[in-house]
Design a protein around this ligand. Structure first.
Ligand code: WQD
Length: 336
């Protein structure tokens, strides 16, 4: 299928474009490049061995999305476009509502106007009201969450459900990511955060590269085996393949599925994995907990296993090794 990836120049989008091509699909990227680079799409195309058209434009503008759909004969859309920094969303809530809600609505409107009825939405485990271990899709989801970013994801899930209720032809999947990490084994594409990384693995990669002095471990007094936070770290290639599986499994209605490994990794375990990859200790210090952090957040991925015939197969060590390769070869990300 010819698939439009809104926000497709980003970390998850580029890896998904490669996975789509590997499964015989034809990805087209629409991105305003506000938080991504054209080089990333070029490299994804080189890995995939086919041209990946890039439309530079605003996914919040239904006319722009509609033109991309018409110009490229689009048959399905995977919607990645949006702002995604939890802390930033607290400081700039209106921007998050405008961009995240606006781009989802504009994209769905453009699809309806052009008769495209296959839609995959990039959601997040952050929508769960109560983080915990083995989260199932029927766990409470709400907007009474810790941050506007998570609220936009929960609201867009509701928008997708309402759109599907109004249009029986709409085939939608809502994919709740846990903690995406890693990079393509070629070392050519990977996560390229702007500024100081909020997330553990990209920050640790910069500590390993000597760009950051030390890893601050946000609390070691959690009720977890080693006291540090536990998360479900999923290799970005597994995540990308989950999107292809969801696209190919679409049926009328909305399928909601967790994309996680079902296994937890602690901050200290991630640190040790990184030290093993780089071959020496990495500077770190324990500091107080980060407000809003949960002790543990891991998926029960059984619905995705059953309904998508998909399973994460890559290990934490593989993801860290792939991250380190990407970091070493691209110390300035795509900025060269
Ligand atoms: C992981 C663990 C921290 C940084 C966030 C978003 C979520 C999703 C993924 C988009 C926690 C600890 C972190 C550091 C640390 N993003 N940590 N020192 O918070 O689980 O999820 O990213 O959808 O929506 O909330 O990921 O990588 O920030 O934290 O000790 O410098 O690492 O306390 O236990 P998180 P994270």
């Amino acid at each position: 299928m010819r698939v439009l990836l809104t926000g497709g120049a980003g970390f998850i989008g580029t890896h998904t474009a490669v996975a789509l091509a590997e499964h015989g699909h034809e990805p087209v990227v629409l991105d305003d490049l506000s938080n991504a680079s054209e080089e990333a799409v070029r490299r994804a195309a080189a890995i995939a061995g086919l041209e990946i058209p890039l439309v530079v434009g605003d996914a919040g503008d239904a006319a722009v999305v509609g033109r991309a759909i018409a110009d490229h004969g689009i048959e399905a859309v995977i919607h990645f476009a949006g702002l995604k920094a939890v802390g930033e969303s607290v400081a700039q809530p209106l921007a998050y509502y405008r961009v995240n809600i606006g781009s989802a609505v504009a994209t769905l409107e453009a699809m309806a106007a052009h008769g495209v009825d296959r839609f995959v939405f990039s959601s997040s485990a952050t929508v769960y009201e109560q983080p915990g271990a083995g989260l199932r899709e029927d766990a409470p989801v709400g907007i009474d969450l810790g941050n506007p970013y998570g609220r936009t994801k929960a609201m867009i899930e509701a928008i997708v459900a309402d759109a599907a209720a109004a249009d029986p032809a709409l085939r939608a999947a809502v994919l709740r990511y846990f903690n995406p990490i890693g990079a393509h084994p070629s070392g050519e594409i990977g996560e390229d955060p702007k500024g100081v990384p909020n997330n553990l693995v990209p920050f640790l990669a910069q500590v390993a590269a000597g760009e950051r002095a030390s890893l601050r471990i946000f609390g070691d007094d959690y009720p977890t085996p080693d006291g540090t936070g536990v998360r479900d770290y999923i290799h970005v290639l597994d995540l990308a393949e989950g999107h292809v599986a969801a696209l190919e499994a679409l049926e009328p209605g909305v399928l909601v599925a967790n994309l996680g490994t079902g296994r937890g990794g602690s901050v200290l375990e991630v640190l040790r994995a990184f030290e093993a990859a780089v071959g020496h200790d990495l500077p770190h210090e324990v500091v107080p907990r980060r407000p809003g952090d949960a002790a543990i957040s891991t998926a029960d991925p059984s619905r995705a296993h059953e309904l998508l015939a998909w399973r994460a197969t890559r290990t934490l060590d593989e993801a860290i090794a792939d991250t380190w390769r990407w970091q070493q070869r691209n110390p300035r990300g795509f900025r060269g």
